[in-house]
Design a protein around this ligand. Structure first.
Ligand SMILES: O=C(CO)COP(=O)(O)O
Length: 249
């Protein structure tokens, strides 16, 4: 069976109700490949609006984070149960912006992934190295350092229900995309790292590339053997451009 292809939009703290409405209108009539999933991850206040207006069965919604607790006195946080309530299926976890600015440690990310899975959500687990780490030859050790606690926490068999997004920090929002060759090499490493635990699981996990993907560079990236789609930031805020990226996978 071939792996699912996924194009996911991470709006970060951008967008508004008008963009949410435009995106639904733009995507509802699109035809995608049978094995393709499109996911929109808006800021939490727009999730219900998107859910109510998406009629295309291949378009799903995701949140950008959850708290690792079920409920309680955690002002400003949202829980997996709330996403269940809205029938939101996906959640981005461990984005480099959260790791860098909101102190989401590798252990905390592992806890969140475990909690998301236990709640029936599909985590989109983001991993990636900084420019300094790449230049120092530490890309592979950094990626395994980020993956290992998640595998230890959930067990490799459960990892088949995780989507991984490789996002080199130096390529996020910078206009500097990783070349298709570098992205493929790194994805191949991620898959081989997973295969060192379980070869079948490694073959099943969709590996998305993220970092300055746009309508111009996406085709070459998506043509690589181990790139199963993308996690799109800036270019996902434009409906026409995002549609082109969805059609290129
Ligand atoms: O961080 C990203 C998606 O999660 C990538 O953002 P950009 O596509 O804006 O570089």
């Amino acid at each position: 069976m071939s792996r699912q292809t996924i194009v996911a939009a991470n709006w970060k703290m951008n967008g508004n109700a008008e963009l949410a409405a435009q995106m639904c209108r733009g995507l509802n009539d699109e035809k995608f490949n049978a094995n393709q999933q499109v996911i929109i991850c808006p800021p939490a206040p727009y999730l219900a609006l998107l859910k109510a207006n998406i009629s295309n069965s291949q378009v799903a919604c995701g949140a950008q984070n959850i708290n690792e607790n079920e409920k309680g006195a955690f002002t400003g946080e949202i829980s997996a149960l709330m996403l269940n309530d809205l029938q939101v299926q996906y959640v981005i976890l461990g984005h480099s912006e959260r790791r860098a600015m909101f102190h989401d440690s590798t252990e905390l990310v592992a806890e969140k992934v475990a909690y998301a899975l236990a709640s029936g959500l599909t985590p989109i687990l983001c991993i990636g190295e900084t420019l300094e780490e790449r230049e120092d030859g530490e890309t592979e050790s950094r990626l395994s350092y980020q993956l290992a606690p998640v595998i230890a926490k959930i067990g490799i068999k459960s990892f088949k229900d995780v989507v991984v997004a490789y996002e080199p920090v130096w390529a996020i929002g910078t206009g500097k995309t990783a070349s298709a060759e570098i992205a493929q090499q790194t994805h191949e490493f991620i898959r081989s790292y997973l295969a060192s635990f379980d070869a079948d699981v490694a073959q099943q996990v969709p590996l998305l590339y993220g970092g300055s993907v746009n309508a111009k560079n996406c085709e070459e990236l998506f043509a690589q053997a181990d790139i199963d789609g993308g996690l799109i930031g800036g270019a996902s805020l434009n409906v026409e451009e995002f549609k082109k990226i969805c059609q290129a996978v």
